[in-house]
Write a protein that binds this ligand. Structure first.
Ligand SMILES: *Cc1c(COP(=O)(O)O)cnc(C)c1O
Length: 402
């Protein structure tokens, strides 16, 4: 059992490369079949910005979808050309925004400060600046209970209902050498349902007509389930988007998946270090932690595989009704799930948590211990693509005055 091979040091993330390939293929085939060949994919860097992963997905023909100046520079450094970027996000630095416009990146304008920056830099323009505009509408009214914010309104983009969107289009359209050619409708939701994508696509199509936008692309955003059993497939999402948007001859669709590509191919492996009984409870302490796989402590329940340190030892093991797996931190509630009615876990046994790829590595804090290792599985070989951070890495930008 390779995972028990001691050359794989825990705690660590394991990336299954062929599983990423499968997800990418499903995505590509589904959207091409339903929308046509005019589809671009932008990988959401924030979902998991591990450099190996971002490059690998880029090598598969994806653009980098970035939401900060740092992510923009990371993508450039990882080899994305300046036009192979989708620049989104609620704060765009002036320098990055202008560089992206000048080099023909896909730029989706989010707020009026960005319009002000464009107005202030028109003199430095060497080419036509083509922009998309992110629209904000009452998605909750159309999909009750499905959005993350509920009645509190989404905070990104220009509001359609109060006229901000119309004013943004007017203001940008007046500028010489600037044209509005895109609409951006991303919204992360609780449900990730087909209905959400129907509402976003219908709204985009309605705005094109109402404001006479000469649309070249519709960026539907991300927020898909990927290959989660029982949930919508990429093909079903693509069909819903295509049908709801309606006639789209000559219009490019941009899709910005993150979790749907990287959640399922990545697991997290940790090792049992000690066990103890407290009153009627068996606590199993491992060298991993919730801070790595559920950093916001949402209480996510993960699928698990258990690997025995000594497979021959199973008979001599007792069974325990209820064992609670606990992390290496000193947080009382760093508890990584209950294993019921299983053979008794002992030091050296390993537990693999499944579907850990999205918003885990990027959100994990440097708390008590530092970033764990990451290995990529290619056929049956495991290759280290990030070594564990040590105290030297942690201190790399620090000054210590005594
Ligand atoms: C976060 C985000 C995505 C990706 O969302 P997933 O849920 O990871 O698919 C796409 N586009 C934008 C603008 C985002 O902010």
């Amino acid at each position: 059992m390779i995972i028990n091979n001691q050359s794989i040091q825990t705690p660590c993330f394991l990336i299954d490369k062929s599983h990423i390939d499968r997800n990418i293929n499903e995505l590509r085939v589904g959207f091409k079949e339903e929308w046509g060949s005019n589809v671009f994919f932008g990988y959401s860097v924030k979902t998991n910005s591990l450099p190996w992963l971002v490059s690998y997905i880029g090598n598969n023909g994806f653009l980098a979808e970035v939401v900060s100046d740092q992510e923009y520079r990371l993508a450039r450094r990882l080899g994305f050309g300046s036009s192979e970027i989708v620049l989104n996000g609620p704060i765009k630095g002036e320098e990055v925004l202008i560089e992206a416009l000048e080099s023909g990146a896909i730029v989706n304008i989010d707020n009026s400060e960005e319009i002000r920056i464009i107005e202030g830099n028109l003199d430095h323009r060497h080419r036509e600046w083509k922009v998309g505009v992110r629209f904000n509408f009452q998605l909750e009214a159309e999909c009750p209970g499905e959005t993350i914010v509920g009645d509190r309104c989404g905070r990104f983009g220009f509001c359609v209902e109060n006229g901000e969107f119309e004013r943004a289009i007017e203001r940008l359209s007046k500028l010489n050498g600037v044209s509005v050619i895109g609409l951006h409708g991303h919204s992360s939701t609780r449900s990730k349902s087909i209905r959400v994508f129907q509402s976003i696509s219908r709204k985009a199509s309605e705005l094109v007509t109402r404001y006479g936008i000469a649309l070249e692309y519709f960026d539907v955003g991300g927020g898909f389930y990927g290959d989660k059993p029982g949930e919508a497939s990429y093909r079903e999402y693509a069909k819903a988007i295509s049908d709801s948007f309606g006639e789209h001859e000559g219009i490019r669709l941009i899709v910005e998946p993150g979790a749907g590509i990287v959640a399922s191919p990545i697991s997290y492996l940790c090792e049992v270090k000690n066990t103890r009984d407290v009153c009627g409870n068996r606590f199993v302490t491992v060298d991993g932690s919730c801070v790595h796989i559920d950093p916001q402590m949402h209480g996510i329940v993960f699928g698990k595989n258990v690997y025995r340190a000594d497979k021959n030892d199973v008979e001599s093991c007792g069974r325990v009704d209820l064992q609670e797996v606990c992390g290496f931190t000193c947080i009382e509630m760093d508890r990584m799930g209950v294993i019921r009615d299983e053979v008794e876990l002992k030091p050296g046994d390993r537990i693999e948590y499944l579907n850990c790829g999205s918003y885990s590595m990027t959100l994990a804090p440097l708390f008590i211990s530092y970033f764990p290792r990451v290995y990529v599985k290619d056929d049956s070989k495991y290759q280290l693509v990030r070594d564990a951070w040590d105290e030297g890495d942690f201190m790399s930008k620090c000054e210590v005055f005594i």
